[in-house]
Ligand binder design. Structure first.
Ligand code: NAP
Ligand code: ZN
Length: 349
């Protein structure tokens, strides 16, 4: 075991604070990574505060991890000491169900093991990236081909990137399609960049008029202020696909009305309490679909990282020290982040 410094929430209503945890020595298939940067996902906040009612305490969040390999087991073939490596939202899955066989480990029929808050098939709680080091099975470790100088902006790709890339790919987003992205936060700003890079006409829906100029710079062709009924009315019946990243309950009918015949809206935001139920009539008259999507598989995460490296895509970030995390959470709740906080793990002393 190696003793590692970390930051943990001890209960739902206490701030995150310094914590020590033990990491296992790398086994034959394991990669040990010293963490350089860790992105701050809204899911970290939902978990730290037990908003999904399933948190195991102490909770060490963080599933947008990049770092350097500092040891490998003797059966590891894809990584060597000194390599850069990434870890996203999962560190294990059963490996033998139909979903795992098809590369959709996130839908593992036996339940994947989360990077944090993931009991290892009945075993102990897992601790995430708000820590100095992590040890992960090779098959759940990602290769990074971005320039090392851009490493901090790669971290958010491991969750925000794949969570938006996977549905955009699944619903075949590409040239000739009109795509809406709802919410310009960590996920949403990656959705805008990726849908733009895939060649779609991108419309960003935001509640924050002050983000309009940024949205254009990130790749949006049009901006719609979703609180303004007149602007929303102009967008009716024109979307092939809408990706909704909003972290709070809201009226999803307002967005279903914007889909054209056979269009789909996919929810990736996971609010603490449900959205009001959608109207049946919003769906049946144009054969519209409402769907959901969870992160992405490991092979697809690698594909996304390679796609982003090829297209020069990273996250727009604000690098923060570890002890800023509680303030960062408060700012995230006010939609005051451009567009992802990333913790510089060198500040975890
Ligand atoms: P975030 O950075 O806080 O962004 C959420 C955005 O939603 C905000 O920037 C804001 O955008 C908008 N928003 C917030 N409150 C709103 C409200 N009351 N009404 C309308 N819009 C509101 O969060 P994130 O890290 O992108 O995560 C978003 C959600 O996705 C979270 O619930 C998270 O847990 C979930 N998530 C799901 C998956 C998955 O696999 N499905 C993976 C990761 C995260 P504007 O200012 O532009 O309106
Ligand atoms: Zn996340």
């Amino acid at each position: 075991m190696s003793s590692v410094k970390a930051y943990a929430a001890k209960t739902a209503d206490t701030p995150l604070a310094p914590f020590h945890l033990d990491r296992r020595e790398p086994g034959p298939d394991d990669v040990q990574i010293d963490i350089l940067y860790c992105g701050v996902c809204h899911s970290d906040l939902h978990t730290a505060r037990n908003e999904w009612h399933n948190t195991l305490y102490p909770a060490v969040p963080g599933h947008e991890i990049v770092g350097r390999v500092t040891a490998v087991g003797n059966a590891v073939s894809k990584f060597k000491v000194g390599d850069l490596a990434g870890v996203g939202c999962m560190v294990d899955s059963c490996g033998h169900c139909s979903s795992c066989h098809e590369g959709d480990e996130q839908y593992c029929e036996n339940g994947f093991t989360g990077t944090y808050n993931g009991p290892v098939f009945g075993g102990e709680n897992t601790f995430g990236g708000y820590s100095q080091r992590i040890v992960v099975k090779e098959s759940f470790v990602l290769k990074i081909s971005h320039d090392e100088k851009d490493l901090a902006s790669v971290a958010p790709l491991l969750c925000a990137g794949i969570t938006t890339y996977s549905p955009l790919r699944h619903w075949n987003v590409g040239p000739g399609m009109t795509v809406g992205i709802v919410g310009l936060g960590g996920l949403g700003h990656m959705g805008v960049k990726l849908a733009h890079a895939m060649g779609a006409h991108v419309v960003l829906f935001t509640t924050s008029p002050g983000k309009a100029e940024d949205a254009k710079r990130l790749g949006a062709d049009e901006i719609c202020i979703s609180k303004d009924p007149e602007q929303m009315a102009k967008q009716a019946n024109r979307f092939d696909f809408i990706l909704n990243t909003v972290a709070a309950p809201h009226d999803i009918n307002a967005f279903l009305q914007l889909l054209k015949r056979d269009g789909t809206m996919t929810l990736v935001g996971a609010p603490e309490t449900p959205h009001p139920s959608p109207e049946v009539f919003s769906l049946i008259f144009k054969r519209r679909s409402l769907a959901g999507s969870l992160i992405g598989g490991i092979a697809e995460t690698q594909e996304m990282l390679d796609f982003c490296a090829k297209h020069g895509i990273g996250s727009d970030i604000e690098v923060i020290p570890m002890d800023y995390i509680n303030t960062a959470y408060e700012r995230m709740l006010k939609s005051d982040v451009k567009y992802r906080f990333v913790i510089d793990m060198a500040t975890l002393k």
